[in-house]
Write a protein that binds this ligand. Structure first.
Ligand code: MLT
Length: 272
């Protein structure tokens, strides 16, 4: 995937952009980058302008600010994303987020509903962290700062995908490990802190004005289908797609099924 760059609020963003037509923006999860959406970019770019950025500090994007990281929150990422998409003249867009990308997409939908044509929430949740979850984040941030990203990658990997020993699944885990190992330890620590402080968006779901696709891997162990069903009951114009033989990384594990679900949903938001 060829990459472009844009400097937004003094931080260099790297992103892939392919195709033309209505803008579809796909946000990665943690501790990942734009590569998790590669299958959907390839499958949709003949009808849509598909933009998949790396958030600041992730992938090839620049770290958010030499020492000045006071504004690394889900809300600040949504505001920076808005500036980035405005810079690319890609608003309004259909905004999709995988897991942590979904937290940012929900923050974005709250602040900038008029700039959304549709929303895609993939393997994510509306609730904030529990006290236990916040403790876990704190421990994870401390481990990343002390021992680097490798222990975090190995701790997280077993729960990221559906339990499956097939050859395809072994390849997916290998690729996922490579992506996760490219995430700098300091970004892991900052993102843990930012996610632990995020707002609970449960009561805001009822105000989402746009068609929304909720996608979840049938075997997602991190954000299980019950969390997706809850969002479906709360969001007025929601459709739920449960992806068989997928866990928390449905777009990577079952790229064709996820692309088909997106293709079926997108005409509700815009005309290709
Ligand atoms: C992700 O995939 O982005 C993470 O699992 C999100 C989280 O840890 O809450």
């Amino acid at each position: 995937m060829s990459m472009d760059t844009a400097t937004i609020n003094d931080v260099r963003w790297t992103y892939s952009e392919q195709g033309s037509g209505p803008a579809l923006v796909l946000l990665h999860g943690f501790p990942l980058d734009h590569r998790v959406w590669a299958g959907q970019v390839a499958g949709l770019c003949d009808q849509y302008r598909v933009i998949a950025p790396d958030f600041p500090g992730f992938g090839q994007s620049q770290h958010p600010g030499g020492g000045n990281v006071s504004s690394f929150t889900m809300k600040s990422l949504a505001a920076d994303l808005h500036d980035f998409l405005d810079h690319l003249r890609a608003l309004p867009c259909v905004l999709g987020g995988l897991s942590m990308g979904g937290y940012v997409a929900l923050a974005f939908s709250r602040e900038y509903p008029a700039d959304l044509a549709g929303l895609i929430l993939a393997d994510t949740r509306a609730q904030g962290d529990t006290a236990e979850g916040r403790d876990g984040r704190e421990k994870m941030a401390a481990i990343a700062r002390k021992d680097g990203n490798r222990p975090i990658v190995e701790m997280m990997l077993p729960r990221m995908t559906a339990p499956d020993a097939s050859r395809d699944s072994v390849q997916v885990v290998k690729h996922l490990r490579e992506i996760m190992r490219d995430c700098p330890a300091e970004t892991i620590a900052l993102a843990c802190e930012a996610m632990s402080q995020r707002d609970d968006q449960s009561t805001a779901l009822a105000s989402i004005p746009v068609p929304t696709l909720i996608l979840v891997g049938e075997e997602d162990q991190i954000t299980p289908p019950a969390l997706a069903e809850f969002m479906q009951t709360q969001i007025p114009r929601a459709t739920l797609a449960v992806i068989p033989s997928a866990g928390h990384m449905a777009p990577l594990e079952q790229p064709d099924s996820v692309t088909q679900a997106l293709l079926a949903f997108l005409p509700q938001c815009c005309t290709p």
